[in-house]
Structures are given as C-alpha cells and as structure tokens.
Design a protein around this ligand. Structure first.
Ligand SMILES: *[C@@H]1O[C@H](CO)[C@@H](O)[C@H](O)[C@H]1NC(C)=O
Ligand SMILES: *[C@@H]1O[C@H](CO)[C@@H](O)[C@H](O)[C@H]1NC(C)=O
Ligand SMILES: *[C@@H]1O[C@H](CO)[C@@H](O)[C@H](O)[C@H]1NC(C)=O
Length: 504
C-alpha cells in the first residue's frame, strides 16, 4: 500500500518537474490530480499574528517597553521604511475587528502572542500589570464565545527592555524569569487556553539578535552569544513545560498541550552527496528539535563535534556550544506535546571545504553553502521562494527523526505589496496544502495548518514594505479597516470544504 502511494507521489513529482522545466503553468496538473483529496476531519485550520506586529498601544495602560519599542525608536534607519509598530494595525483597540474576520474565515483556532512587557512591564512579577491581563482575558473570552480555540505564544521576539538591560537571553537568570512569566499565564489563562507555545522561532531572534546584530538587542557575537541564547531558550522552554505538567495539566482537565515553535527550511543536496542534507538539517531544525524531540536527547553529534573542534582550534579552553549536563538532557528530552513548525522556504546546499566567514561564526561552524533554484517563484521578501516539496520533505524528516511527533504547522505564508488580487498568495497556500496532504499520505502526523498572517502587519526590519495578510490594512487610514483580499475568500473555502478543491 505504502509502496503504491510513494510511486504515485513520485510520478506527480516527475510531472511537476517536466512541466516546470518547460516554464508553463506547473500547477494545473497537480491541482486536477489532487482535486478530491480531503484533510482529515479533525485537522485544524487557523491564522496567526504576534503582539508587537499588530497591537499598537505601545505605551498604554501601564505597558512596559519591549526591545522592539526601543530598537525602532532609536534606530529608524535600520527599518526599511523607517516605520515602527507604535500604532500599526492597532489591535489593542480593534480586537473586535480582528474577531469579525477570524469568524468570517471560519477558523478553528487563532494563534496570537502575549506581550510580556504588557503584563509584566519590567519582566518581573513584582511589576504585574492588571490592565494587560485584562486585554488578553477579553481576547481569549471573545474567541471562546465564538467557538474559536485560542493558541497562545508566550514569547514572540518582544522581550521586556528591562530584561535585556541585564543581559537578556544570555543571563542564566532568564530561565527563572521566563518560568515565572509562564506560570502567571498558566494561572490566569490556563483554565481556557489548551494550546501553549513557549517560544516562537528561537533561531530567528538568537542569530540576528545575538550573532549578527541586525535585530535587537544588537549584540555582535556570532558563534558565542547566539549559541548561548539558543541554549537558554531550550532550557527555559523545558522548565515552562515541566511546570505545566507538574502543576496545571491535571488541574485544567488533562487536555492542555505545550509545545515550542521552530522555523526550518528543508535542504536538498546540490550534488550527489546526500549526507550533506542531514548535516544541514541538524545545524538548523536539529539544533532545537534534537534535544527536545529525539530519543537520545542532547545536541546533535555533528554540532558537538564541529563546534568543539573549531573552538579548540581557535585556542579556546571550552566549546562555544554550551555543554548540556545529563540532568538537563533528561529534563529537556520529551518536554513538548507537539512540535510547532513554521515553514516558508527551502534551499539547495553543498559542503564548503574552506569557509570564508568570520571566525568564529555559524557560517564557519556549519560549512554549508545554500543556493536557490532560479525557477522557484520568489515572494516580495528576498529570502522567500516557494518550494512546496520542501515542506513534504521536512515533515518526512521530522517523522523519521522524532518518532512521528504531532506537528502543528504554526506559520506558512507569502509576502507581496498588499494587493487585493493576491493570486500568488493563493497559489502558494494551495501548493503548500497539497504538500501537507502528500506528507499525511506518507504517514506524517500533521494536525493543524496556520496561515501567517491574519492581517497585514509590521514585518520587523522590513517595516510595512512586505505584506503577509489575508486581509489588507491601510496603516495610514484612521480606522485601519481590515479589507479581505482574494486569498481570504480562498482560505474560507478551504476551511469549509476541508480540501483544496476551490477554483479560485
Ligand atoms: C556558494 O555557491 C555559489 C553558487 O554556486 C558560489 O558562487 C559561491 O562561491 C559559493 N560560496 C562558497 C562559500 O562556497
Ligand atoms: C501523533 O501524535 C500524537 C500526539 O503526540 C500521538 O499520540 C500519536 O500516536 C501520533 N500518531 C502517529 C500515527 O504516530
Ligand atoms: C490609506 O489611507 C489614507 C488616509 O485615509 C488615504 O489617503 C490613502 O489613499 C489610503 N491608501 C490606500 C492605498 O487606500
């Protein structure tokens, strides 16, 4: 049975390749073949946002500063359009507008994040801000009144500035601060929230924030502080998970799930050397996923060896990759009920004999050169090429490496200029949904799909120049109306039919 399925998929892939090589419309064939394919009944569909990107209300009702407030205020030159999210789509005052469109889509759940400095202005429980808690209470209650499951991300880049002042993610005390923050959320919202995500995309705040100094807190310490940031993130995640299981899982009816969201590309080998794929994947997904989801636990062997060897070669006394003690390994291994996966794009890679990057750096440790296929369709974002089969490959890799853990796809999406006729976004979502159906056919344990994003919002250092929303928002309009793009209608049909058969 499985053999037959694999053959069918391989055939599809061949057709895809032949047609895309001709440069024609490569999708027509796949579409017609997949027309009748449905998602499992229990499969969930949702949309996603994050606090800093949509809320506005940056200094209202007692909210403290986050590192994105201070960064955008002090360094407008580092943002493509010199903008910030002081107001943005203004969801702090307009959640009812968001709710209206979440309902219109027919979503099963809504993934949003809590702004740590809105509920704890200094990052510490001593600064508890009741007005902040009330805002999220209202959001959660209104979602539930409308049968929409809240999925809460605890941390989505906006660290309290006060915690960064004492070292942020590189301070070992961060672990305790985070555990304390997580407990506040469990206590206040745990009776109603069933899906918890501790951290969103650790790679994407640790490397730019503590390695390359392109994101706040602008620490340039590649190969050192970025690795420490990842290490402390994994440990803080595990502590928050264990706390939930120990004190709140039973109390709240044994239905809550806690996970972490990891972003990953999939890699294809540029040459005949398939071992490079594993190396590349361990240096990305595996860095975070291996300690939490593998049977063995701890960091992937290849990281321990390579970073250890390079560190000694640089004349250091210890490895730049922090050591994980047996106690930590045991605490971290198995510390998640699902894997939250953000997937956008993939690359071809090859091994680099003599890396040229700075010493030390991730580039030198990983020794991979990533390139794109010029035939891949690119989004507005320069890094985002549409590679749906990479998602199938990635889900297969997760299935094989991590005992087929439950995967909730917590982000997937496409950027453009914000036009209402967003056919490229529709095509992207359609192709990725088909890629997920392929993975489900191969036995992958995928249970949810989330579009990034519900509405146009502040895209970090790209400001408002790249739009990911299913709904358009004119940031200069006084009422910030949420206007449905063509893709909103498309996604509504997907959710309703549990299939990708729409002709839109
Ligand atoms: C990576 O590959 C590109 C394209 O083949 C090549 O131009 C570049 O020199 C390579 N970089 C390294 C560090 O090998
Ligand atoms: C999918 O994940 C769930 C939750 O971890 C698990 O109980 C189930 O056995 C998994 N399914 C498969 C087919 O492995
Ligand atoms: C956005 O809103 C402003 C203010 O109402 C208006 O002048 C402008 O034309 C709008 N832009 C678009 C693209 O609708």
């Amino acid at each position: 049975m499985e053999g037959i399925k694999i053959e069918k998929i391989f055939l599809l892939f061949q057709i895809f390749c032949i047609i895309s090589n001709r440069g024609g419309n490569s999708y027509a064939v796949i579409e017609s073949v997949n027309e009748s394919r449905k998602f499992p009944d229990k499969f969930l569909f949702g949309t996603s946002t994050s606090a800093y990107q949509i809320e506005g209300g940056w200094n209202e009702d007692g909210k403290g500063l986050s590192i994105w407030d201070t960064f955008t205020h002090e360094h407008p030159e580092k943002i493509a359009d010199r903008s910030n999210a002081d107001v943005g789509p203004d969801s702090y005052h307009r959640f009812d507008d968001d709710l209206k469109i979440i309902k219109e889509l027919g979503s099963d759940f809504y993934r949003f994040s809590i702004s740590w400095p809105r509920v704890m202005p200094t990052g510490d429980i001593s600064s508890l801000n009741k007005a902040g808690l009330k805002y999220y209470d209202d959001v959660i209650n209104k979602l539930l009144e409308n049968n929409i499951e809240p999925m809460v991300t605890m941390f989505h880049y906006d660290l309290p500035q006060k915690l960064t002042d004492i070292g942020g993610f590189t301070n070992p005390l961060f672990l305790k601060y985070f555990e304390n923050y997580a407990e506040l959320l469990y206590i206040h919202f745990g009776d109603r929230v069933k899906y918890w995500i501790t951290f969103n995309e650790p790679f994407d705040y640790c490397h730019p924030g503590y390695g390359e100094a392109t994101y706040p807190p602008l620490i340039e310490s590649d190969g050192i502080a970025n690795y420490l940031c990842l290490d402390h993130t994994i440990k803080a995640h595990a502590m928050a998970y264990r706390l939930y299981r120990m004190k709140y899982y039973e109390k709240y009816g044994k239905i809550g799930k806690v996970g972490i969201t990891i972003s990953s590309r999939f890699y294809f080998s540029k040459s005949n050397d398939e071992s490079i794929v594993d190396r590349g994947m361990q240096f990305m997904l595996g860095w975070l996923a291996h300690p939490i989801y593998s049977k063995a636990g701890g960091y992937p062997e290849v990281l321990i060896e390579e970073i250890g060897r390079n560190s000694l070669g640089e004349g250091r006394a210890w490895s730049r990759l922090p050591t994980m003690s047996e106690d930590w390994k045991n605490l971290i291994r198995g510390s998640a009920d699902f894997l939250g996966l953000n997937y956008y794009t993939s690359r071809y890679i090859e091994y680099v004999e003599s890396p040229k990057g700075k010493s030390p750096s991730l580039e030198r440790d990983a020794r991979i050169n990533a390139t794109v296929d010029p035939q891949w369709k690119r989004a507005k974002s320069t890094w985002l090429y549409s590679v749906p089969r990479g998602l199938t490959g990635l889900l297969g890799f997760i299935k094989d490496q991590y005992s087929n853990v439950e995967v909730m796809i917590t982000e997937n999406g496409f950027s453009d200029d914000g036009q209402l006729n967003d056919d490229d976004r529709i095509q992207y979502i359609k192709d990725h949904l088909n890629a997920i159906l392929d993975a489900i056919d191969q036995g992958c344990n995928v249970t949810a799909y989330t579009v990034w994003s519900l509405i146009d919002n502040f895209e970090w250092v790209y400001g408002y120049t790249e739009r990911f929303g299913l709904y358009y928002v004119n940031m200069s309009s006084p009422n910030k109306e949420r206007i449905a793009k063509k893709s909103a209608k498309f996604y509504t049909d997907v959710i309703k039919s549990h299939s990708v058969s729409s002709n839109l």
